[in-house]
Write a protein that binds this ligand. Structure first.
Ligand code: C2E
Ligand code: CA
Ligand code: CA
Length: 687
């Protein structure tokens, strides 16, 4: 900026002396009071453009001043008529008349210029002419005076006209110098006709006029240069201001945009959400918050690569944009593979309809994703939504929390589905907040303990192992069932520490003490996926002096674990420690059979629902099929949920060896394990 703009003035000081162009000056007639220099592009500005800009700028500031100055000058000029009457009484009538005519003429011309909106250069010209005419109009009659002495002194006042041209009126430099030079010439010419002066007097007067001409011209030149510099500084300041504004706008845009998808990012969405919320609070305008999460995205990324993953997110983002724009809903990226939609729809049905539109739009993309093995082979999304209700409460976070829980519930229900927040759904209930908080301090505050349920050999009646099951209570003592706190622990990650705690506790309580020959511990998929899990387990074994072969881990079929090499590696490591891997709740999930193929399980626990169904012939046939299938794979079978003698009888009929259930023994705390629950334990463990 500096270089480009300042060079013209340094390199061409005459710039401001150019006669200005009509087009620049024409704009002078708009209201100049609000004028500020326009911002210009420093990279492309040229010298002529800058000069034109200067003239425009000058016009705005100049016009009013010239007009006002002329009126003032005319008034003073007329008042000097009094001096004429006093100093040159014999020609006073003529000089005053001449003054009057010149003043009226000058003002008329000026007002005509203003009325006809002529360019500023015409105004300047008429102003310059006025100065010359004013001088001549006085000078001619004055030279005829008989008051010669007075005239000799009085004529020195002619320099005032030079001063007006150079300093009083802000004319362009060249014009003002020409004007004052004209006055000088007229003066010199008048010397021929004026009352005779002595040589000394002539020299003094000419010197005075000449030095006045030079001095005022010089000051005028300086002033003009200064004005031009002020203008350049103003232009530069305006330019910088506009640059800063542009940069600010770009920054603002950048900070609100998601770099990958180009849609609003979390920051912008949060702001929008606050606006929606404020409208709801102040005007009762309801809205829905909808969270959209791409199913099995990690798998997609792992298999197809990150670039494909990014492309997938971009495609999902754009289909969401295209689908939702016409529906007047706003959509942004909420993080990772999660998007958020805000819409002014109200009522359950409308929200559900919108969710379904979103879900089917993504499904309709037909983006291949054949790594998910849940029967789908395309990219889909799970959708969780909540909307403002009278009970929404005063907190903005709550609606997002609710949508988040609904999303979780959608994920838990097999994905590619939509869920609306339901306060009665345990997976989405408000208590989860408290549970999550309690979980964080559960171990330290002694809020968790293990109970043990016997696993019996149905042929010998011996207790072969115990299953350890976690129990937890709230700070106020309220007991919680694992069905309530395990999902929350898995979701918050608390299961990692809690799970290791359970393994250590089972080792110290029943294995290191020899109370049971073997103990099984339930292990979540998340634990198997966590780094260093096998290592942590081996440390526990070492520290408690328990052999790995005394431990079994019960794993529930989890679709998330499919095809995950880190899970397979972890299981292999655990097996290397001698730990048995049991497949829990067999038959409840859809991936059960492929699971059997994937992992070398030791024992399969058939879910108790099959036992209940076995009362009907079809149910019994099903159970027999399953048993045959597992046996064919050479795995041991354990049936859980034996609640009656009939159940045990059925097991005998089916030749099942291992059983577990309330009929054989309920889960009990460690103290009760010792004394009454497992009477045969002593003989089994050889104590
Ligand atoms: P699970 O592994 O299938 O555990 C067996 C559940 O069935 C236990 O419920 C047990 O009390 C119950 N049960 C045992 N015998 C019978 C019976 O004859 N009839 C009926 N109706 N139920 C019976 P619990 O203790 O409420 O545990 C529920 C689930 O919580 C467990 O299912 C397991 O998946 C999970 N869980 C419990 N403790 C842990 C743990 O330490 N870690 C992990 N990751 N999950 C755990
Ligand atoms: Ca279990
Ligand atoms: Ca089970």
């Amino acid at each position: 900026m500096d270089r480009v703009i300042k060079n013209p003035v340094r390199g061409n000081r005459d710039t401001n002396s150019h006669m200005h162009s009509g087009s620049a000056a024409d704009s002078a007639w708009s209201d100049g009071s609000n004028y500020s220099p326009p911002a210009i592009d420093a990279k492309t500005i040229t010298l002529p453009a800058l000069n034109a800009l200067y003239q425009t700028h000058r016009s705005f500031t100049q016009l009013r001043q010239t007009r006002q100055g002329l009126w003032l000058a005319a008034l003073v000029y007329l008042l000097f008529g009094v001096a004429d009457a006093f100093l040159l009484p014999d020609v006073a009538v003529q000089t005053v008349t001449a003054r009057l005519i010149a003043a009226i003429l000058a003002i008329s011309v000026m007002e005509v210029c203003v009325a006809r909106r002529v360019g500023l250069h015409w105004v300047d010209l008429s102003c310059a002419a006025t100065v010359v005419v004013g001088y001549v109009a006085w000078l001619i009659p004055a030279t005829y005076t008989t008051a010669e002495d007075a005239f000799r002194y009085y004529m020195l006042f002619g320099t005032i006209f030079m001063m007006s041209a150079n300093l009083f009126f802000n004319l362009v430099f060249r014009l003002s110098v020409m004007t004052s030079a004209t006055i000088l010439v007229i003066f010199l010419y008048s010397m021929l006709h004026a009352p005779a002066l002595s040589l000394e007097q002539t020299v003094v007067v000419i010197l005075f006029y000449a030095s006045c001409f030079l001095f005022t011209s010089y000051v005028n030149w300086k002033l003009n240069e200064e004005r031009y510099n002020v203008f350049l500084n103003a232009v530069e300041a305006a330019h910088q201001h506009s640059e800063a504004e542009k940069r600010g706008e770009a920054l603002e845009r950048l900070s609100n945009t998601d770099y990958l998808t180009g849609m609003e990012n979390r920051r912008a969405v949060d702001k929008r959400l606050r606006d929606y919320w404020n409208d709801w609070q102040s005007e009762g305008k309801a809205f829905a918050a909808i969270l959209v999460d791409v199913d099995f995205f990690k798998k997609y990324n792992d298999f197809y690569g990150h670039q494909a993953g990014d492309r997938c997110l971009i495609l999902v983002a754009s289909v969401l944009n295209d689908t939702l724009k016409p529906l007047n809903a706003s959509v942004g990226r909420y993080g990772g593979e999660e998007f958020i939609v805000l819409s002014r729809v109200t009522g359950r049905d409308q929200v559900m309809a919108l969710c379904e539109i979103i879900r089917s739009a993504v499904e309709g993309l037909h983006l291949v994703h054949d790594q998910r093995r849940d029967g789908q082979a395309v990219v889909t999304v799970s959708v969780g939504a909540s909307y403002t209700r009278p009970q929404s409460g005063p907190k903005l976070e709550r609606i997002i929390n609710e949508a988040d829980r609904a999303l979780y519930s959608a994920k838990a229900n097999g994905r590619n589905c939509i869920r609306l927040f339901n306060p009665n759904d345990p997976l989405t209930s408000d208590d989860n907040e408290n549970i999550a908080a309690t979980l964080r301090m559960a171990v330290k505050n002694d809020l968790v303990h293990l109970v043990y349920q016997p696993i019996q050999n149905l042929r010998t009646g011996r207790v072969e192992a115990v299953e350890s099951l976690m129990r937890m209570k709230m700070v106020d003592g309220t007991p919680l069932s694992p069905a309530q706190f395990i999902p929350v622990a898995e979701r918050t990650g608390a299961i990692l520490d809690l799970g290791l705690w359970a393994i250590r506790r089972a080792c110290t309580e029943v294995l290191a003490t020899g109370i049971a020959p073997m103990a099984s511990v339930n292990v979540s998929a998340i634990q198997l996926k966590s780094r260093g899990f096998a290592l942590a387990v081996s440390t526990i074994l070492e520290e408690t002096g328990v052999s790995g072969s005394q431990l079994a881990f019960e794993i529930t079929e989890g679709i998330d674990m499919e095809g995950q090499s880190d899970v397979i590696r972890c299981i292999t490591d655990l097996q290397a420690l001698g730990i048995r891997i049991w497949l829990d709740d067999f038959g409840t999930g859809f991936a059960g059979l492929s699971w059997l193929r994937l992992f070398p399980f030791d024992t399969v626990k058939i879910d108790r629902s099959f036992l209940q169904d076995a009362r009907r012939p079809a149910g019994r046939a099903m159970l027999e099929d399953i048993i045959r299938l597992i046996r064919n794979r050479g795995l041991k079978i354990l049936i859980e949920g034996l609640e009656t003698a009939d159940h045990v009888e059925l097991m005998h009929e089916l030749g099942i060896e291992l059983g577990q259930g309330y009929y054989l023994g309920r889960p009990v705390p460690i103290d009760e394990v010792k004394i009454k629950s497992f009477p045969r334990l002593a003989s089994v463990s050889g104590l």
